[in-house]
Design a protein around this ligand. Structure first.
Ligand SMILES: Cc1cc2nc3c(=O)[nH]c(=O)nc-3n(C[C@H](O)[C@H](O)[C@H](O)COP(=O)(O)OP(=O)(O)OC[C@H]3O[C@@H](n4cnc5c(N)ncnc54)[C@H](O)[C@@H]3O)c2cc1C
Length: 476
């Protein structure tokens, strides 16, 4: 067999979606010598973790920085992917609330500073009482409200979390699944509170100090052109390893026969023509409902199709502003609880190159619904954003040089109450297709950060390799 024919004989692996999950899966598989084709509908790889170029400046879709929590992924990205484009940044995030700034992630000590003494006493008593109660009578929370109350006690829930969570999702916490809280929110244990109170009295516990400093001293990783560097360079490593990265290609059809995906049809977004890619294995990272909707014929049971209607994503609209002001906020990003936007980032403070140099870039994030006034970024919405920016002393309207608007339809998977049986049903169906794996924020309907998304990609790649070995033994 010639080297060329050996290459031809390799199983063909398709990866659907070129965000961090798909790109990393492609990286792992090409490194191991597999024939990989990655399909991405946008003109640039990166998904949510890309940046958009406008008039010589880069705008992230919500400032994206890499964490070091997964050492294996981080060291690979540091040593073999980002090269000298990587810059290190100390985490400096804040929450704006009731006229003051608090560190993010929320520190107990900071949080209580803003609470009037009587309310504070109620909050601490509520927290201690609730945790004691649920220790004696443990029970699974029925919704996000109960989960938040279990975590923080009712007074703190009502004071700090209730309205903000409602505003953010657009529906009350009683309609949000507890899983969102139990998997995303940090636990504030009664033991921690007592330790911190003791700490304030001078009786310091070393473990508490360690937790605090771990949070406040975290190093993040970024670049002069924003989030786009990491995913661009990941795509380069895939190409360098012999893989194909097809951009501007939208998955439009999936053919399933005999319990396996046989081919995927993609539409060339620029030219409108369809291409059919026969395949032996597939890793999906595009939204699960979209994958199911793309399946041709009657290969999907009606109840799975029905379940897809229950998996919703919260869209985001991001306003990218070029402003004639050298520096606007103190920190990398600030969360706002009482404004139209929920977060404002200033990536220049993390090292983003901005032209002209004495200007800055602001990334203003809002959640929305497709087609609503926030999605459309109507003049009224822009006016409210502008008024809020001025009220927060971030920037004045006469300092705005350029106002760009970016959208992501699939910003956040919505863990609406009752979604889980539907999600399970879809995943069980996918699990029955031998040569298909689904992973990532969209593909597995979950909330990874970039490092965990890439870990999911690596795991999906390993699962595909295992399946290949099984198929070889079985002679499939
Ligand atoms: C506002 C915001 C800020 C964030 N900040 C951080 C941060 O600072 N640090 C961090 O670690 N994480 C951050 N994250 C999380 C990070 O964005 C995700 O972990 C990561 O993008 C998930 O990667 P993914 O590949 O699973 O999904 P995505 O990035 O969503 O990628 C999915 C890809 O599939 C493509 N696709 C969809 N449909 C089709 C189709 N029909 N055909 C072909 N392709 C298709 C999309 O274009 C996209 O490229 C943030 C997320 C948000 C929303």
């Amino acid at each position: 067999m010639t080297p060329d024919s050996a290459k031809e004989a390799r199983p063909r692996i398709l990866i659907l979606g070129g965000g961090p999950t798909g790109l990393y899966a492609a990286r792992v598989l090409t490194q191991r010598g597999h024939a990989v084709t990655l399909i991405e509908k946008e003109e640039r790889p990166g998904g949510l973790a890309t940046s958009h170029a406008r008039s010589g400046n880069w705008y992230d879709l919500g400032v994206h920085m890499l964490h070091e929590f997964d050492r294996g992924i981080f060291e690979d990205i540091r040593d073999h992917v980002m090269g000298d484009e990587r810059i290190e940044v100390a985490l400096d995030a804040k929450i704006r609330w009731a006229g003051a700034f608090y560190r993010y992630p929320l520190q107990f000590g900071d949080m209580v500073r803003g609470i009037p003494p009587l309310t504070l006493a109620r909050c601490v008593a509520g927290l201690l009482g609730t945790q004691l109660w649920y220790k004696i009578f443990p029970r699974a929370p029925k919704d996000a409200e109960e989960a938040l109350i279990q975590l923080y006690g009712r007074p703190l829930y009502e004071f700090f979390f209730k309205d903000f969570t409602h505003r953010y999702w657009g529906f009350p916490t009683t309609e949000l699944d507890a899983k969102f809280i139990t998997t995303k929110m940090p636990r504030l244990t009664a033991v921690d509170v007592i330790k911190k109170v003791l700490g304030k009295a001078g009786i310091r516990d070393r473990s508490v100090k360690a937790v605090e400093s771990a949070l406040s001293e975290e190093t993040l990783h970024y670049s002069r052109t924003g989030a786009e560097t990491m995913t661009r360079r990941l795509a380069d490593t895939v190409r360098a390893g012999g893989g194909r990265v097809l951009l501007n290609r939208e998955v439009s059809g999936v053919e399933i026969e005999g319990g396996r995906v046989r081919a995927v049809t993609v539409r060339d977004v620029e030219h409108g023509v369809e291409e059919r890619h026969e395949c032996d294995y597939v890793i999906n990272t595009v939204p699960l409902p979209l994958l199911v909707a793309s399946v041709r014929g009657d290969a999907v049971p009606a109840e799975v199709v029905e379940s897809c209607g229950h998996l919703k994503y919260k869209p985001i609209t991001v306003h990218g502003l070029l402003v004639n002001k050298p520096k606007c906020i103190d920190g990398l990003y600030i969360y706002y609880r009482e404004r139209l936007f929920h977060r404002v980032g200033e990536p220049k403070n993390a090292g983003l190159r901005v032209t002209p140099e004495d200007h800055s870039v602001l990334i203003v994030e809002t959640t929305c619904e497709e087609g609503d006034e926030k999605w459309e970024a109507t003049p009224e919405v822009r006016e409210r954003i502008m008024a809020d920016l001025e009220a927060e002393n971030i920037v004045r309207r006469d300092q705005i040089v350029e106002w760009n608007v970016f959208h992501a339809r699939h910003g956040y998977p919505v863990f609406r109450l009752g979604f889980e049986p539907h999600f399970r049903r879809i995943m069980d169906w996918v699990g029955g297709i031998a040569n298909l794996r689904t992973a990532g924020r969209q593909g597995a309907f979950c909330y990874p950060n970039m490092h965990s998304a890439m870990r999911q990609g690596a795991k999906a790649a390993e699962a595909i390799e295992k399946q290949m070995a099984t198929d070889t033994v079985a002679g499939t």
